[in-house]
Ligand binder design. Structure first.
Ligand code: FES
Length: 378
């Protein structure tokens, strides 16, 4: 290499520019390693995902600032909704049970829907707790939670649903980046309750930005050596291999955090001694193997080009700002549209073969073959 040549280096685990070479080495891992990883990521004993239940109306029972830009909401059934079986913990009725890793979908007053992991105590049948980080320049959902939702307000939810179930393997490593602690905190408590061999690593920009510090300190005090808090401004930005360094031999790793962290852990996982990796994304995965195609809006004749590096939903949303969406990962079904003409490259995890045959498409992830046009009924 020419010593004078500038080197473009991949971003760090938070997606920020970086000066070290670790991610370059990560990029050297082959697709084969990731393929092996995928095969190892679903052990036979892993419980199946549950179905999304009906919409229910809850009340914001409490709202707390948990960290910089992070608030938590405790949601309860409205007072007076008790079925008579209340044990006195609440005036409202019991809520459906949930397991660590579960999330609910919050239906905001604006009509936006957003999914948030449950981060409270599954044993509390009268309250759900979620935590939300304000996303600057996001789609407005987190800002609405922060700025509009207040104690006493009613809000609809669906769920709980569990797409990130905790299989309670004998040895587990939990890796959380920032607000990614939300599904992992109940997993850590469950691991402790079951007497598993567990570790938790929580990373973040600074202690002030990392939610649930007091609860994690309590966990750490009760289980010395099992909780590691790694603020970047004290420990430096972690490498994926560092985060995996305490992986249990033949155990499982659970990871939740920014997309670059998950991608880094996935790539580095092949070098760890763990046998299974489970992860949950907050944001869409990067588009892989994207090809440009076109969308036509109904009979209007208006044609929207979709470039190789953007989703159909992103492009559609500019033309149709009211088009609903939620997960942007192809599993909630909120963004469903109907295709009148054209072949869809389905990439979702939601639609059945029958629904696809009837023309359904989830544009947050699904595309069309290169150069082709999909005519939508919108
Ligand atoms: S937004 Fe959830 S499937 Fe498209």
């Amino acid at each position: 290499m020419d010593i004078g040549t500038p080197v473009t280096r991949p971003p760090d685990l938070y997606g920020r520019p970086r000066s070290d070479s670790f991610m370059q080495k990560l990029a050297a891992f082959s697709d084969n390693a990731v393929t092996r990883l995928a095969r190892r990521s679903s052990p036979p004993g892993r419980p199946p995902a549950t179905k999304m239940p009906v919409i229910r109306e809850l009340v914001v029972a409490a709202k707390h600032q948990e960290a910089e830009d992070v608030v938590s909401l405790r949601l309860a059934a409205p007072a007076g909704s008790s079925d008579g079986s209340s044990d006195g913990s609440s005036d409202g009725e019991k809520l459906p049970p949930w397991q660590p890793g579960a999330h609910i979908e919050l239906h905001l007053p604006s009509g936006r829907k957003r999914q948030y992991s449950l981060c409270g105590d599954p044993a509390d049948r009268y309250r759900y707790r979620i935590a939300v980080r304000r996303i600057a320049n996001g789609g407005g959902g987190s800002a609405e939670v922060h700025d509009v939702l207040g104690e006493g307000m009613r809000v609809a939810i669906t769920g709980p649903r569990n797409a990130f179930p905790f299989a309670a393997e004998a040895s587990v490593l939990l890796i959380a980046g920032g607000i990614g602690i939300t599904p992992l905190l109940p997993m850590a408590r469950e691991a402790a309750r079951r007497g598993l061999d567990w570790r938790l690593v929580h990373t973040g920009r600074s202690r002030g930005s990392m939610p649930f510090a007091a609860e994690l300190a309590e966990l750490a005090a009760a289980a010395p050596g099992r909780v590691s808090i790694r603020p970047d401004d004290e420990s430096g930005v972690p490498e994926a291999a560092d985060l995996l360094s305490s992986s249990p031999a033949a155990g499982a790793v659970y990871c939740c955090g920014p997309a670059p962290m998950i991608d880094g852990v996935r790539r580095a996982f092949g070098g760890s001694c763990a046998s299974a990796l489970h992860f949950e994304r907050f944001a869409p995965a990067p588009i892989t193997d994207g090809r440009p195609f076109e969308l036509q809006l109904g009979d209007t004749g208006r044609v929207l080009p979709v470039p190789y590096d953007r989703s159909a939903l992103d492009v559609l949303h500019e033309a149709l700002p009211d088009l609903p969406f939620s997960c942007r990962q192809g599993f909630c079904g909120t963004c469903r549209v109907r295709v009148a003409h054209g072949d869809v490259d389905h990439r979702d995890r939601r639609l059945t073969a029958t629904e696809r045959a009837a023309g359904a498409m989830l544009p947050c992830v699904s595309r069309a073959p290169e150069g082709e046009r999909l005519v939508l009924e919108v």
